[in-house]
Write a protein that binds this ligand. Sequence first.
Ligand code: NAD
Length: 389
Amino acid sequence: MPSLPWGNIIFCSLETTEKPMTKSFRVFATCDLGDALNLLRNKGYELEVYPHPEAPPKSLIIEKLKTGLDGLITTLRDKIDAEIFEAGKPTLKVVAQFAVGFDNINRADANRYKIPFTNTADVLTEATAEFAFFTLGALARKLWSAEHLTRDNKWGFWHPFLPFLGDEVTGKTIAIIGTGRIGLAMIKKCAGFDMNMLCYDPAYQNHDYIKAIQETLDLRHERGISKEKNWIRYTGFEAALRDADFVSVHVPLLREGESPTPTYHLFNERTLRLMKPNAFLVNTSRGPVIDEAALAKALKEKWIGGAALDVYEKEPLAADSPLRDPAIEDRCRLYPHFASAARITRLSPDPDKGMAGRCVQGLMDVMEANYGGDVTKMPYVVNKEAFAK
Ligand code: NAD
């Protein structure tokens, strides 16, 4: 069993005060996670939280690590690589990431330094999928333009088609790019809107789930709940783009060399041109999956109908980004990396409900050598391969 080098430290809560910790773990959190951090404080961890809302500079994280930290709590804003792991030597035992995506962490470096890192998968799945669905609806039905019309006092009359119309979502065809946790949750939501679904994923295809969704669609039709007989199937990337009215992206950011099917600039001039001229693109995955310059051009030159974006190549979105061009503002919804930003999802201290709870539990699992100290058995550790015998 690959167990942790610091062994089984006797560990119990200070609240129970039966036995104190034999050692107080020192942790630096690069941001506040709310009440969940009290789980650590109550157990006697020595916790320092970066007090500002922005990310700390990397040099500060390095400075903290050099004082002999045991654990680091990070977010997607912190670049975690060899420089960080080197500074953490020899005390750093775990990096606990407050996010499901971990493209900010150099996995190969973590493995080389044998530092396990954790993420907060699953607990943000439904929140992210519902946000993707809502933004898709807001884009297609022009909710932003419609509210502006009202607020700006430009709503002068009711008219059959003036000043503009939106497009229905119900009954349309959507391409789901990436059928992992969030992609499958998105499929469930689209099924409720009688959508047809084209799925694409080169690495993971959940045919049982797709079959169950088809059975649900069939039943809804048989029982008169849905007028049309809707369908779902796996297909190729280009076929999905060509035939869809909506395209929703649910892939991790994988750069060249990190995967046989990288996702960096998966959407570029060539692939955007494959989409229908009235199709809508929704991205709640990671910004660099889309070549933003190409997308701005696609919107301006009307190769596609519109886009709703939650994530960007550089965050926050630059003041001079072409995506802010007023010429495309009615067809381009822009959100501030907000898809998982719902109260329970972000902050619940319960590891089965909240990212904060899951992040803290992931850290404690490693620190306290839970699961017999076997990193490969810890549910929230990502880079288990570095510890496999
Ligand atoms: P997941 O690992 O369960 O699913 C990702 C899927 O993408 C996998 O099935 C994988 O096989 C597939 N994939 C990989 N390369 C692909 C490619 N080239 N083309 C198509 N599919 C490919 O991850 P998840 O929990 O569903 O999360 C997906 C991503 O969403 C995260 O990595 C994160 O970057 C992003 N995310 C963003 C927010 C937000 O706030 N906007 C919130 C949560 C997650």
